[in-house]
Each structure stands twice: as C-alpha cells, then as structure tokens.
Design a protein around this ligand. Structure first.
Ligand code: GLN
Ligand code: ZN
Length: 782
C-alpha cells in the first residue's frame, strides 16, 4: 500500500525541451488517517528490527520517484526531498542542532535521535510542530539558542545525490536555505525571546559550505536552496541576512548553478530586488499561481541577464488540471524577458501539498476526472508545456486539455444559477443579528436557565472501533439503514446518559455518525466530490483526504436535524446542534479555482444558514458552528489580512444572522494563537466561543488582561485533550480562577480544549468528572 501514497515532488522542466523536474518532497505516510482533525497524537517509535525494512521501503520509493520523473522527461529532478518524518527537519539534522534534552552524543544522527525529536520517546516529549506557511502541513520547529553547537551531522543530501546518480539519474540536491531555516526556528526553552536567531548565521554557514563542497566533489552541477520566507513581510535587517549569507557562500558555490526557490505567494518588490542581486546565484524560482503579481514585477523590475527563471505555473497546491493555454501565454511573456534558453517550466511549489496520482481514483466519474491533475499528472503537464514552448507542441494533448477546460466551464454540474444569484446578492451588504449580544445573552438565559460557569464539551465523544465499523458497514451496504440508525441512536443515548450523570449543563450528541467534521457535510452538499486515495500529508505519518469543491454549493436536504432532534428528545437539558462553519469547510477542502474563494465561502455559508434555521425550527436552542480552521486561512502577508478576515467573518455571520435572540449560537476554534485576530473574533458576534487554550494559558488570557473588552460568552479550554493525562480537580479549578481574574464571572464557560474523539472513555470520564467538580467548587466560592 505504501506505493499508493508516494508523493511526487515539484517538477521543473527546461524550456529547451530537454526534460527536467524538480522533486519536492517524497514522503510515505504509512498510516493515512481518515480525518482532518488537527489532533497531534504521536505513534510509538519503530522497533530496531524494523529499521532495515523501513530503509528498504524508503530506498525503493526514492528510486521509483526519480525514475518516474526521469521517464516523464523532467530534466532538473530534485533529490534530498525524501524524509522519514518531516521534510523541513533536514536542516536541524544536517547541522546537528539537536536540543540537549534528547541526549545526542554527536556523530551521524540516527533513527533513535531523529524519531525522538519528531515524535518524542518514553521520557522526553516531541519537539513542537506548527503549520508550514498557510498549508495544512505541520513541520517541526527548530529550537536554537546562543549555545547551540553546529556540526555536519547528516550526510543525507550527499548520499541521496549519489544514490540517484548510481541509478543513472542526475539530480538537483535541495537544501533548506540558511536564512529561511533561521527565520522559521524559535528560541529554545530558557532562551530569551528576544534572542536574534539570525545571529547564528555565521555559525551555520561553515556546515553549509562543507555540504556544498561534498556535493561538488560528488559531481553535482546544480544546487537548490529553498528560501520560502522571501514571500513574507521581511524587514531590512532580515533582507540583509540573505545578502550576507549568499555573499559568504559565494566562493563555496562557485562552479555550481545555484537556484533559490520561493513559493506560496508573490515576492514583495523590495525582496525581489534583494533576491535578484544575491551573489553567486544563477537561478530564481517563483510561484506564478499564488504569486499573481510576480509576472508584473518581473516585467517592471526587469530580470538579471544571463540568469535562469524557474516559472512555477502548474499549481502544486491544488488538484485542478492546468489551463495549458493560459500557462503557455504566461511562459511566453516570461520568455520574452529572460530569453529562450533561460526559462524553466516548473510546478508552483512542492507536490507534497496535492494528491498523488489520479490513476488511484476509482470512484470519481470520468467527467470530473477529466478536470483534475494530481502530482503524477502535473509532472506530465510541466513536460508538455516545456515542449510546447520549445516548438514541439503535443497537439492532441493540448486539444484534450482545452476540451476538459471547456467542459468544466460549461458543465451544468458546476453552475447553479439560483446559488450564484443568492450568493451575489450577499455582496456589499452586512449580515448581523438584530439585537446586541448582551441583550441576546439575557434572553437566552431566561430560557436556558444555566448556572454560572456553565459546563459543556466541544462536540465529539470517543470514536470507538465499534462505531467506525458500524459506519463502514453501513457505507458498504452491509447493514441496513434501520440497523445503522439504531446503532447510532444507542450510542447517542449512551453519550447523553454519561453527560447527565456527570451533571454537564449543555449537552452534545457526541457526533458518532461523523467520520470527519468536513467530509460529513461535504458528502451531503451539492458541488463536492470525494477521492478514494487523494491523501495529503498533514504531519509525520498522518494524512488527510480533503474533499474537492468543484461546483456551486447547495444543501438539498437537512444534514444534522434528524440526529440533533433525536438527541434532544432524550434529555431535558439543552442539546447543542453541531455544525461545521463555512470557512472551515473551505479551508480544509481543495477549492475550485474558477471563482474567488470568498464566493465559494458565501455559497457554503448560505447552505449552513439553511441548516441552522432548520435546527432552530426543530426545537434546538443552542447551535454550535465550528470554525476550527478560520485562522489557518489567514494570508501570508499582512496587507491581505483585512480582506480575508472581512469575508471570513461575514460568512460566519451569514450562517446565523436569521435566528431568534433566544437561540444561542456557539462557535469553537482550535489553536490558541488568536491575539492578532481577536477583533475579528469579536466581530463574528457569536453568543459563546469555546477556544483551545490549555497549552498556552497565558497567551490567550493576556489579550483580556491588556484590556480587550469581551462581552460574549467564552470558554477557554481548561484541559488538553491531545494528551491522555487526566487533569485533577485542583488543577482545573486553578485554571478557572486564573480566567476569572481577567474575565467576568457571567461570561465564563467551562469546557475542554477540543472534541474528545481521539480519547478513550477511561480518560474522558474521570477528566470530565474533575472538570465538573472544579466548576462546582468555584461556584460555591463566588
Ligand atoms: N465539534 C468538533 C469535535 O468536537 C470540533 C473539532 C475541532 O475543532 N477540530 O470533534
Ligand atoms: Zn478544536
């Protein structure tokens, strides 16, 4: 099964017609997870006896990818893009920057040190992971300090280069650039937060020089440095670090062609100037899909003569077939500027962010399939574009592509006039509930009659093997609808009973009918398609399978009302209706590229609005609309934040602007890094927000300490659900007291950080018991 998940890298093809490809990341998520949740559960390290097998699989995988690229006609085939866990963990390994707590004693870094850092071991937890730019990929954040010692500790770049060479494949070794490595690191624990990471530049460059020298000796003629931080907002000091770094490397690099690769956005004009004047660099790579202004920039600023431009025209972040005619025209404009033999066709970024191979899709119908290109198909597109540019256009291939583009534009499955009209009507107008939040909370309290510090949970309860089996068998039509409904009903009633026994105030039904919080809704909405094997790595061996939004979105039938009403009928306590919000559905899907993202989001918002209103009509008084991924969609550049936040928050408000004052709208968000968007969160105007918090108490609460006025209900998570650890009553009470120091008593809710689906009942029951006890204890002290 491993081969199915193998990942192709970003591909580059020399315009001259000689075939080339740049390989980004080849990874083999061995245990794809069928979920888009962000829970970071770690798996135990591999036993030593398995190492040989692991290495064999890895070697075969690399060989097959190199071969595939080479057969596709790609000239610049990347190497050193393979990883056992995290592609961006190569520099810390190469530089021997192992935090002390992993007790590494030097030499070449082996599996045990590597996996201890990545996944933790019995005595030391793993290093922190965070999102890689605005992707859904998580990388291990390097930890650095003034005392970090660097040494040449992983010869992977050289050994992979040699490995490919032995197979007859000439590759371009890829290294994470020295400046991006430092800028993406964080000061280690105990190191002053103000420590200048860039001050370590002179300590790491000697190791880079050693690697370069070895690559040269091995026969390499090209080298690629990934410097994606160049697309961020950088200050003059940071930009100067790029100039300094490459000036320092210049003599070591002489004799090599040096490519600096950027991706995920435009390069700001200032940074473009810095980049194109770096010493010793002979080629620059740009993302021309997300970097919508790059072409104009190259036109207006000019391009250094005699240098190569690697043009990322084929989208590496999506699954749509390329519009070859449009790409060809972009390439032709670039060719006029940089010259015929200096333009290289490429994907916009690593192909690790898209699905692997359309060949593995058995469920998709042929019309939809004709609109798609996964990694394996993108490589072919790159090659076809390069050939066309060189005057060897494959007419049949271009004709088929144009026909697919036309069918996508005109298909009645894509366009739904009614939805288009309804979404267009939303633009320019505002959507808000009629009454302000404090009046609404009063009206709701009269109806709900909750105690102070009301307790609740985020939605899901443990997903047992039995539950997964029931859903699977129902899907495979092995059990009847009747059997399925009765099994789920039994589960809901169990979850309701547990919560009543625990004395929780606002209940949930536990989400037993849901495989995943986005897929469950996507499957019931029009305009969505699902792949069988479209896995994308999220982190380590964990993968997600994002739905594909290909058409206008509508909701033919209620999606959750049946289950929510059933759950409410089992208890006299309020039962939360549980929905996923439009922004989260959007951000965790492959989104259509033929209309702006906000338009698709508004369409989803209208579909969710209908569901909200049906739940209300069905007697559900509390409705939670999860926006777990709202922050994830934040653009990389500050200048674009306001626009995104504006439509994202508007979309959320659209879903619930029509409900009565007495209907309580909750929302939930994962991750606690909200300080910079707190005003947008307030502007969402939810009645109650539950928010992940327990891993960084101080961070979230500091916003309120600094005087941000928050008048709606708020439940910062009181315990970490990502860990099996059971928090004590005292510990939770202590947390609640800390929150009460900065938040009004009458707005505070008590709840865990996130849903409980990845936990076991043996953990959930005692943890929730202690949580309710803590709330009750504090109530007596008020
Ligand atoms: N309601 C969802 C759950 O409880 C929320 C999950 C999430 O925030 N990722 O599982
Ligand atoms: Zn969450």
């Amino acid at each position: 099964a491993l081969r199915t998940w193998r990942r192709l890298p970003p591909t580059l093809e020399l315009a001259s017609g000689s075939k080339c490809q740049r390989q980004g990341l080849s990874t083999f998520p061995a245990t794809p997870s069928h979920t888009t949740t962000k829970s970071l559960t770690r798996q135990p390290c591999l036993a030593l006896s398995q190492n040989a097998t692991l290495e064999k699989v890895a070697t075969d995988l690399r060989a097959s990818i190199w071969k595939q690229m080479s057969e596709a006609g790609i000239k610049y085939i990347p190497s050193n893009t393979f990883s056992y866990y995290d592609q961006f963990f190569a520099p810390p390994a190469m530089l021997g920057a192992v935090p002390e707590r992993y007790s590494w004693t030097g030499g070449e870094i082996g599996f045990s040190t590597y996996f201890s850092m990545a996944r933790g071991n019995a005595s030391v937890p793993a290093m922190e992971m965070t999102k890689w730019f605005d992707t859904n990929y998580h990388f291990i954040v390097p930890e650095l300090g003034p005392n970090t010692k660097f040494s040449y500790a992983s010869h992977k770049a050289v050994s992979e280069y040699k490995e490919a060479k032995a197979l007859g494949v000439e590759t371009v070794p890829v290294l994470v650039g020295p400046v991006s490595y430092l800028l993406l690191s964080k000061p280690a624990k105990g190191v002053d937060k103000s420590f200048s990471l860039l001050s370590l530049l002179s300590s790491i460059l000697p190791v880079y020089k050693e690697v370069v020298a070895e690559l040269k000796a091995a026969g390499s003629s090209w080298i690629q440095f990934d410097e994606p931080t160049l697309v961020l907002d950088l200050d003059a000091h940071q930009l100067a670090a790029f100039s300094a770094a490459y000036a320092e490397l210049e003599s070591a690099l002489s004799g090599l062609n040096v490519l600096i690769e950027t991706y995920f956005a435009d390069i700001p004009a200032e940074s473009y100037k810095t980049l194109t004047s770096l010493s010793g660099v002979t080629a620059y790579g740009f993302d021309l899909v997300r970097g919508t202004k790059t072409l104009d920039l190259v036109k207006s600023e000019g391009f250094p003569s005699g240098k190569y431009l690697f043009a990322g025209v084929v989208d590496g972040r999506n699954i749509w077939a390329d519009d070859l005619v449009a790409s060809l025209s972009t390439l032709q404009s670039l060719e006029a500027i940089v010259g015929k033999d200096k333009l290289v066709v490429s994907t916009s970024c690593s192909l690790m962010h898209t699905a692997v191979d359309l060949v593995n899709e058995t469920k998709l119908d042929s019309e939809i399939k004709s609109w798609l290109a996964f990694a394996a198909q993108k490589v072919v597109e790159v090659n076809a574009l390069a050939k066309a540019l060189a005057g060897q256009k494959d007419e049949a291939y271009f004709v088929a592509n144009a026909a697919a583009q036309a069918s996508r534009r005109s298909s009645p499955r894509v366009t739904n006039q009614e939805v288009q009209k309804a979404a267009a009507a939303l633009k320019g107008s505002d959507h808000r509930r009629a009454t302000n939040v404090s009046a609404r909370l009063d009206a709701q309290q009269k109806k709900l009659n909750l105690p102070v510090l009301p307790t609740t949970t985020i939605g899901s309860f443990p997903q047992t093997m039995d539950l997964r089996r029931v859903r699977r068998e129902y899907k495979a039509k092995k059990i009847s609808e009747e059997e399925y409904v009765s099994a789920i009903k039994e589960e809901i009633s169990k979850v309701v009973k547990i919560q009543e026994e625990l004395d929780i105030d606002v209940l949930v039904h536990g989400e037993p009918e849901r495989n995943d919080m986005v897929e469950y809704f996507g499957e019931q909405l029009s305009g969505f398609a699902f792949t069988a094997n479209g896995w994308v790595q999220s982190y380590g061996s964990r993968c997600v399978k994002p739905p594909i939004i290909y058409g206008d979105v509508s909701r033919p039938n209620p999606m959750t009302v049946f289950w929510s009403k059933m759950a409410q009928s089992m208890t006299s306590r309020p039962m939360k209706g549980m929905l996923t919000g439009p922004v989260t559905i959007l951000n965790w899907s492959f989104v259509r590229n033929d209309q702006p993202r906000f338009e698709t989001c508004y369409q989803i918002a209208l579909a969710i609005k209908k569901e909200v209103e049906d739940l209300e009509a069905g007697g559900i008084q509390v409705i939670q609309i999860d926006e777990a991924a709202l922050r994830e969609g934040l653009p990389l550049r500050k200048s674009e934040h306001a626009f995104y936040l504006n439509w994202a928050v508007h979309s959320f408000r659209i879903t619930n602007c029509g409900v009565q004052d007495t209907t309580q709208i909750h929302t939930h968000m994962c991750y606690s890094n909200f300080n910079d968007i707190i005003h947008s969160i307030i502007d969402m105007d939810a009645d109650v927000i539950t928010i992940e918090n327990s891993r960084s108490d101080e961070k979230l609460l500091s916003v309120f300490r600094e005087g941000v006025k928050y008048g709606a209900g708020i439940g910062p998570g009181v315990y970490d659900i990502h860990s099996p650890r059971i928090p004590s009553t005292e510990e939770i009470a202590d947390r609640i007291n800390k929150m009460l120091a900065v938040l009004d008593t009458n707005i505070l809710w008590v709840n865990p950080d996130c849903g409980l689906k990845t936990r076991k009942y043996t953990e959930v029951k005692p943890a929730l018991t202690n949580m309710v006890d803590a709330a009750k204890l504090i109530r007596t002290q008020l």
